[in-house]
Design a protein around this ligand. Sequence first.
Ligand code: TMP
Ligand code: ASP
Length: 237
Amino acid sequence: MEKRTELYRGKAKTVFTTDDPERLILQFRNDTSAFDGEKVEQLDRKGMVNNKFNNFIMAKLEAAGIPTQLDRVLSDTETLVKRLDMIPVECVIRNFAAGSLVRRLGVTEGQALNPPTFEQFLKNDALHDPMINESIAISFGWATAEQLARMKQLTYQVNDVLSALFDEAGMMLVDFKLEFGVDGDGNIVLGDEFSPDGCRLWDKETRKKLDKDRFRQGLGGVVEAYEEVAARLGIAL
Ligand code: TMP
Ligand code: ASP
């Protein structure tokens, strides 16, 4: 597999083309960003940890029947993935109240949400990822009603699989964000990444934060927390 040109540089990952038009390389960098790129720092080992974390989670989801873009790991920080046309709609499920939900509604952090909530945000840093809904996404042509329905169904499926996985390892999956794309056959496929950068994970007993909120809130021990989550899941780093 030959790495060719840089296609896209995100806040934490760079995407490269390859000699195969159907395959891309995701490179996980140490850059850590919060508040839509307002706060950025380099955190040692984070690229490697997130790459291995993402591969472990995507393989679990594939095994559970959820289509993902994962192909194979290439190095500590690089993974080969299927090329997708990404849909700019971020799907968020919350099992417990935190983050923007607490700010928006003034509810208590940690309040259990039964059933879990489902929200959609437009992927647009300049606009700070505004909350949208299905009607808006359809009217602007970002996705069809069928695609949005499939994304919602898959996001709930991911929640079932991963809530159980983290629960068994002594953690609460508080909330998470997924991004989807369309493959060459028109199927909706899970893309981007699943790592502690894009979800909230708390220790079940102490409610200690083990995710990117440690960086957002300046709590320190960011990568150490990610490594602790990986160790609890049995991910070899
Ligand atoms: P929020 O509480 O800021 O709306 O975020 C909900 C979850 O989604 C949280 O785990 C962080 C994740 N998320 C991202 O990773 N990137 C984003 O751009 C957004 C809007 C949320
Ligand atoms: N991922 C977004 C950012 O970099 C939002 C966040 O995680 O706070 O800036």
